[in-house]
Design a protein around this ligand. Structure first.
Ligand SMILES: C[S@@+](CC[C@H](N)C(=O)[O-])C[C@H]1O[C@@H](n2cnc3c(N)ncnc32)[C@H](O)[C@@H]1O
Length: 266
């Protein structure tokens, strides 16, 4: 499918947080529920933050949109989490979640799944509470800036986590390489970069809006991460079952999870 790059201002104007959550994470028909991507990422994150040994003081979650699922395991391994997204609406949605306002997206299925992975079935309320306490701030971010959190300067983080954002924010592979460098600048040497992404996609839809995606391959991601001073510790690809109606909403062929350790500044 042909697509023209939809930059961050298009997200600011057209990205509807609630429609996105219902379309991609809705209990029965959500795209990432049906193709298994959500549970794949939750399992990989659980492993990274337990046996993978990823832990520390500060984790920065880049481009969470209105989502909190990707922080459910991290909140047990980090003293604090900063969530950073481009759009006002997504940040406001996350702030509402922090304030436990009524009428927001129901994450019970993900909470239950992660509690079970942790051997703590039924501890959903405790898990929500823990994440609300650990998610200390929600800040603006543009990954294309050399300091993506500008004007905020944070201490170097022990982990930068980004799921489902960079394929949206980059118009081509060259831009992607620069963005990985920008994210690396937020990390300590010895810290970890975690990327969750979808492969070989060109567009996704959210309500009446369509957004471009960079067509990523596993080979490119391996190279760009390694060339930017990281050593890959875990990488797994999940192939997507072909499902035509869903393919029209988002045309990825697979999902990928990468855990990489920063070994040098480049
Ligand atoms: C498809 S949503 C992904 C939401 C969520 N991470 C998930 O896993 O479903 C893409 C997110 O990237 C953010 N984004 C797009 N361009 C960005 C940029 N230049 N800097 C930071 N965030 C950006 C959007 O605001 C949006 O929240």
């Amino acid at each position: 499918m042909a697509s023209t790059f939809t930059g961050p201002q298009v997200y600011q104007e057209n990205f509807d947080s609630q429609i996105y959550l219902d379309t991609y994470y809705g209990a029965v028909n959500g795209v990432f529920i049906k193709d298994g991507y959500l549970n794949f990422i939750l399992k990989k994150l659980h492993k990274a933050f337990t046996s993978g040994g990823v832990k520390g003081d500060l984790l920065i979650d880049i481009g969470p949109g209105p989502c909190i699922y990707q922080e459910l395991s991290a909140c047990e391994a980090f003293k604090e989490i900063t969530a950073a997204d481009f759009t006002d609406r997504n940040r406001e949605y996350l702030e509402k979640w922090r304030r436990n306002e009524p009428g927001l997206f129901d994450w019970t299925a993900s909470l239950k799944f992660v509690c079970e992975l942790e051997g703590r079935s039924g501890k959903i309320a405790e898990k929500e509470d823990k994440l609300r306490k650990t998610l200390k701030r929600v800040v603006p971010c543009d990954v294309t800036k050399s300091n993506p959190l500008h004007p905020l300067v944070l201490p170097k983080a022990d982990c930068v986590l980004t799921v489902g954002c960079l394929e949206c924010a980059c118009k081509d592979e060259e831009a992607y390489g620069k963005v990985i460098k920008n994210l690396s600048s937020l990390l300590k040497v010895g810290g970890h970069l975690i990327i969750g992404s979808i492969l070989e996609s060109t567009i996704f839809r959210c309500g009446k809006s369509q957004f471009s995606l960079i067509n990523l391959s596993e080979q490119f991601l391996r190279k760009v991460v390694t060339d930017t001073g990281f050593v890959i510790e875990d990488l797994e690809v999940l192939c997507r079952e072909f499902d035509k109606p869903m393919f029209d909403i988002c045309d990825h062929t697979s999902g990928i999870f990468i855990l990489a350790k920063k070994v040098k500044d480049v």
